[in-house]
Write a protein that binds this ligand. Structure first.
Ligand SMILES: [Zn+2]
Length: 525
């Protein structure tokens, strides 16, 4: 298949160990080094020249003259973390250098973010990459081609199937994005208009990613009981992977809402059966009981969102449709565990909403039902919600699996954007004792690089790029909360991206050494 796409194999990028120099830029000395393979930590040194690691071992100071030495005694040294699911797309192309620095992630120890997740984002990968080079970004970035962006470009936000010509056009856009360096094809089949697509349409487009050796990344059609249920959506995901012939990666794996609490057991069994039959399946998870969403996305029936929020407002003006929408909202509130589990964290559009209150409280203040309070917001705007819909037992069950890696799904108004990696560390290692540091580092770096297919990243090895985090295991912790979601995390003492220091002694240096990471592909024009 590689040959038919004219695609160059990734072997061309094979890592070569350079001849050992006598002078290096930086030695990170005496830290407890976890290399990303899952191996136990060793108290050794790392030497860096330009953007590469040139040495990992003992007594680096006896081998090299170093321009800088970072004393890492008592600290943990690990490959910079890789986040397979973010929504940092717009931060990275912001005109504000502070946003492009991607500090929310840097202070978690993250040196590479994936964007284009959930089927969102910009599929013009080459444009995104040149913008990143031109203006500078603080972490590396890698792209997925989003189904939603492609479908909306060709069909708009309508509920219908594409005809053959339209499907071909969507295929051409997907192929172009893969040619330009996307690592895979992402969907958010839960979201309008992606939810209007049948499984076969998704398979047809995912096959294009297969030709390029890419993977399928999905926010599944249902994480709850909205339509096919979470296990039905998982079955669809596995089917897409089998029929399109590519690895599948499940975004922010969860069982959303009381009706499916406990279903982690069945989901894990389905995934591990698929793996036993030879299918490649992985998932990422953020360590929070609340998801981050909006009133429209969480509560409004999908048919009522066809055409977007404006069309929704027109429907709300018609009494009969309003009644049906209201009923759907009531059901969705119930599905998510009740209005007291929906915390309003931000207003969107032309609407004033009190933040820091639950939908239940907002409704009580106005003397109306929660569904009507939601509709009142939607009349002129929308609101961000932290939706407390997960059960700790399900979270723990997923977290313990070997095929689950750390992710943030970082979005505005939710602490997960600023604190998922340190929170996972506290929950799973420092306070929880569920796994050791070596496993935590592996599921936050090397394993994730392998899932994506990144070459030369995710491990501390000679010849690899010098993306390195030096953290204090005592103080590595979240500071962001649901009521103050934009607090930078603590405990990352030093952070290097492509050999350049972006955090030194706990302070950001303002450097923007991040790079666009593009999947190698050569395509006939
Ligand atoms: Zn998502």
């Amino acid at each position: 298949m590689l040959a038919s796409s004219g695609c160059r194999g990734v072997d061309d990028l094979a890592i070569t160990t350079p001849a050992e120099p006598t002078e290096v830029d930086t030695i990170i000395a005496g830290g407890m080094v976890f290399d990303g393979t899952g191996a136990t930590g060793r108290s050794i040194d790392i030497a860096i020249l330009d953007d590469r690691i040139v040495y990992v071992g003992e007594d680096a100071d006896a081998r090299f003259r170093a321009r800088n030495t970072i004393d890492a005694v008592g600290l943990v040294v690990a490959p910079g973390f890789i986040d397979p699911h973010t929504h940092a797309d717009t931060d990275l192309v912001s005109s504000d250098a502070d946003r492009r620095a991607n500090k929310a992630y840097a202070f978690q120890g993250v040196t590479t973010v994936l964007v284009g997740n959930d089927g969102f984002g910009n599929y013009r990968i080459a444009d995104m990459a040149s913008a990143a080079i031109e203006s500078g970004i603080g972490t590396n970035a890698a792209w997925l081609v989003g189904f939603g962006a492609v479908r909306e470009e060709v069909l708009g936000r309508v509920d219908r199937e594409p005809d053959a010509a339209e499907l071909a056009q969507m295929g051409a856009l997907t192929r172009q994005a893969m040619c330009e360096g996307a690592w895979g094809f992402s969907t958010g089949l839960y979201y309008v208009p992606q939810n209007f697509a049948k499984t076969e349409e998704v398979v047809a487009l995912a096959r294009i990613a297969t030709e390029f050796g890419g993977y399928y990344d999905t926010h599944m059609r249902d994480e709850s009981t909205y339509n096919v249920t979470v296990t039905g959506a998982l079955a669809e995901t596995l089917q897409i992977g089998r029929e399109a012939g590519l690895p599948v990666h499940i975004a922010h794996i969860k069982a959303l809402g009381p009706a499916v609490w406990g279903h982690s057991e069945r989901m894990i069994a389905m995934i591990e059966e698929a793996q036993a039959s030879g299918q490649r399946v992985s998932a990422d998870q953020y360590p929070w009981e609340a998801s981050g969403t909006r009133i429209s996305n969480a509560l409004v029936p999908r048919w009522a969102l066809e055409g977007g929020l404006e069309a929704l407002r027109e429907r709300l003006a018609k009494p009969e449709q309003r009644l049906a929408i209201r009923q759907g909202i009531e059901e969705a509130i119930e599905r998510r565990g009740g209005a007291d589990r929906l915390l309003v964290t931000g207003a969107l559009g032309e609407v004033e909403v009190e933040t820091g209150k639950t939908l239940e409280q907002l409704a009580r203040d106005q003397g109306i039902a929660p569904a009507d309070a939601a509709i009142a917001v939607l009349r002129t705007g929308d609101a961000r919600l932290a939706s407390f819909n997960m059960n700790p037992d399900d979270i723990a069950a997923f977290a313990a699996r070997e095929w689950v890696v750390t992710g943030s799904d970082g979005s505005t108004g939710h602490p997960r954007k600023y604190a998922s990696f340190p929170k996972a560390y506290r929950d799973l290692v420092a306070d929880g004792g569920v796994m050791d540091m070596a496993r935590f580092v592996r599921r936050s770096s090397g394993q994730t690089a392998d899932i994506i297919g990144l070459q030369g990243r995710g491990y501390l090895k000679p010849g690899y790029f010098a993306d390195v985090v030096v953290l204090d295991p005592e103080s590595f912790a979240p500071r962001a909360t649901y009521s103050a979601p934009e607090e930078l995390s603590s405990g990352v003492v030093h952070l290097l991206v492509n050999g350049e220091v972006v955090i030194r002694g706990g302070a950001h240096t303002g450097q923007l050494p991040g790079r666009p990471l593009l999947k190698p592909a050569s395509c006939a024009s």
